[in-house]
Design a protein around this ligand. Sequence first.
Ligand code: CO8
Length: 372
Amino acid sequence: YSAVISGVGLWTPMHSISNEELVASYNAWAEKYNLEHAQDIERGDIEAKPLSSAAFIEKASGIKSRYVYSKEGALDIHRMRPVLEVRTDEQLSHQAEMAIAAAQKALQAANKTAADIDMVIVSCAYTQRSYPAIAIEVQAALGIEGFGFDMLVACSAATFGLQRAVDAVKAGTAKGVLVINPELTSPQVNYMDRDSHFIFGDVATAVVVESSETCQSAHSFDVLSTKCITSFSNNIRSNFGYTTRVTDEDPYGADKLFHQNGRKVFKEVCPMAADHIEGHLNSQGIQVSQLKRWWLHQANINMNVLISKRLLGRDATLEEAPVVLDEYANTASAGSIIAFAKYHEDLVAGDIGVICSFGAGYSIGSLILRKR
Ligand code: CO8
């Protein structure tokens, strides 16, 4: 069998936070903190909290705004984290709700129903519980027969999940696969950390992968090849985990939230991602110059400019390498899929594009696609 991507769905939360709103809240919190700790700061026992700036954020990252699943709480200087209502075991979980909204759009785009799917992969940076898998909850809610499982690969969860789906379809293990990325990142954002409070947003994306023989979609892509690679790094890390309860650490400590050495990540990941894309294309006998579209991971505009420039010898145009991070910020694994969802229908048969993610792990994943 050969595998195709036959549908993609994008679910965008209704709430958004602009850089200006975010910075106003952080700065008010920081000023309050500095006032309350004035004596300790003066004695040199603790450091004053530095102020954030919307101009810095846009220049350093390209991010102007981010969507959030819940706007309540994150901007409240007495809380600095979003509020999520508790749901009973009988209610749909927050992440399943996001996942289902994106999955239904992907099914519609692929011209498929639940009966055409027999494998559900929920693949993202975090799941809100360990078990039962969110994927199995989604499977039940959509009435899908077969099996489902969750997988976590931080920023490369979507591409790694797609590789599993492509392999399953090629092997005949599955006839139709839903790969869903409900990226509920905001609960893990440290809104009290100037260096990272602006980076992430919430979103859900979903992709249908099936055999070329069953595909009935108006916009489908042959998956020519997939390639995943990992290389251990502590430069992007969250120590949140189920053992925190018994290690007697502070469960709310800053190391339990997303933190990174952003400059090192930038320096190390850009060449890795560029080499990965070039090597993957060349292994399929494709030149970089043949690429019509780059659906790149959306972490930082300067990273994407650098990667495409290194490979093309010039800046990629916005048509070649579309940007969504200005509006969505970094949405962990979903970024490259948002770009794909918004910018694929104009391609014509034979056009080649690459989806590529890069981030924590480090992990890099790419799929080479050809419009059918
Ligand atoms: N406002 C004003 N000034 C600031 C701010 C701010 N908000 N933040 C930092 N500064 C200051 C710094 O303190 C520094 O000051 P000084 O020079 O005096 O030390 C100066 O500005 C420059 O700081 P940086 O060197 O940190 O700034 P950069 O230009 O490098 O930009 C970035 C920082 C934007 C973080 C940049 O380094 C970057 O984007 N790097 C790549 C990061 C990346 O891609 N990370 C991937 C993470 S995502 C991932 O892998 C998924 C994880 C799972 C999801 C998690 C969900 C929560």
